[in-house]
Design a protein around this ligand. Structure first.
Ligand code: GLY
Length: 365
């Protein structure tokens, strides 16, 4: 099957390629002016990074830098180690970075590329479903600080993104399922055909080599591209549309669950719970039909994601939501739906509605 090339327009256009065995495309994306390439890869990937490095060493001086696992890569000391390594290897503004890994790797690697000499080219090769449909596309980069996640960062659009579905073959099933949380989210906020595919497909058939997973990946990336092209810096959309913030559907509660559980709940799982929560909230504080609320539960549960949560008290989650970086002052903000693919911002819902929505997801089985 041929590769799919999804174009991201705007001031710094690039392509997101979806297909299999895509490493051979790297030299074409990096271009001829590049002499040195730093490959920042999740150290745990082992041989998965080899095909990319093998292609690069034929064309460039390659500096391979293995990174700590997951969020442990997203720290100032790790970024600093990368800067020192680039400096020692004499990286100039015309050299480049390639990242290989999940969202933490693309966030850290993108930030190193954004900050080295005020910005060098970066190509992302995401190895998780979550990173393919979210982190690698759209130019958000960053690291964590003691005060929270992604508090230091930059917008730095990649020169290209290679979503090589073959890389998902070794991804643990629960990680693939977690990635589907972001995919289903895209179905609710923008592309209901995603929901229909999920509803008619045997969830066990959503494997790295299935046509259905590929279509879901491409559709979710199209949703993301559509949003970031219009509102790269998350300043808001036109005609009441939340703009890029729409991607945060379900994320206000999700971030609170992640924080209060000490990150023991996977991001995609927390997003699934958070989507059901905002649907319940919209049924109370807005006008969302119960049929659509229940469709959230059914679609997310179908792919194996959690739709209820009671491991923290409302008070603890409410307090955590108030320090979410998307909150404005003390006003809580949620992306909610009036209907499928009809999102808007709900600012400052009553505590009674917030509490009742939580009771609805805490009690549901
Ligand atoms: N992950 C949300 C965004 O890229 O805006």
């Amino acid at each position: 099957m041929t590769d799919t090339v999804l174009h991201v327009g705007g001031a710094s256009p690039y392509d997101v390629v979806v297909g299999h065995d895509l490493s051979g495309r790297l030299p074409g994306i990096l271009g001829e002016s590049v002499e040195r390439v730093a490959v920042l890869y999740a150290g745990s990937l082992g041989a998965l990074a080899d095909p990319v490095v093998d292609v690069l060493v034929e064309h460039y001086d390659v500096l391979a830098l293995g990174l700590p696992e997951g969020e442990r890569a997203k720290t100032a000391p790790v970024a600093s180690d990368c800067w020192e390594a680039l400096g020692e290897a004499g990286f100039t503004r015309s050299d480049a970075v390639v990242t290989i890994g999940g969202g933490a790797t693309t966030d850290l690697g993108g930030f190193v590329a954004a900050s080295w000499l005020r910005g060098v080219r970066v190509v992302h090769v995401p190895t998780t479903l979550l990173a393919m449909v979210d982190a690698a596309v759209g130019g958000k980069t960053g690291i964590n600080t003691g005060a929270g996640k992604n508090l230091v960062g930059a917008f730095h659009e990649p020169a290209g993104v290679l979503c090589d579905l073959s890389l998902l073959a070794s991804l643990p099933r629960e990680e693939l399922v977690a990635g589907l949380g972001e995919v289903v989210k895209c179905g609710f906020v923008a592309d209901p055909e995603i929901l229909e595919i999920v509803e008619r497909t045997d969830p066990g058939a959503l494997t790295h080599d299935s046509a259905e997973l590929r279509e879901l990946v491409e559709r979710a990336i199209r949703v993301k591209i559509g949003v970031v092209v219009d509102d790269l810096r998350e300043r808001g959309g036109a005609d009441g549309h939340p703009g890029r913030e729409v991607l945060n559907y379900g994320h206000t509660l999700a971030h609170a669950i992640e924080r209060t559980s000490d990150y023991s709940v996977r991001h995609g799982e927390a997003v699934a719970i958070g989507c059901v929560y905002v649907a319940e909230l919209a049924a109370r504080a807005g006008s969302l039909d119960r049929v659509v609320v229940e469709r959230h539960r059914a679609a997310l549960a179908r792919v194996g994601l959690p739709t209820s949560y009671d491991a923290a008290s409302f008070e603890d989650l409410h307090a955590a939501m108030k320090v979410d970086k998307k909150a404005r002052g003390s006003l809580l903000r949620f992306v909610v739906l009036d209907d499928l693919a009809s999102p808007r911002i709900l600012a400052g819902p009553s505590e009674a509605d917030l509490r009742a929505a939580y009771a609805a997801i805490a009690s549901a089985g």
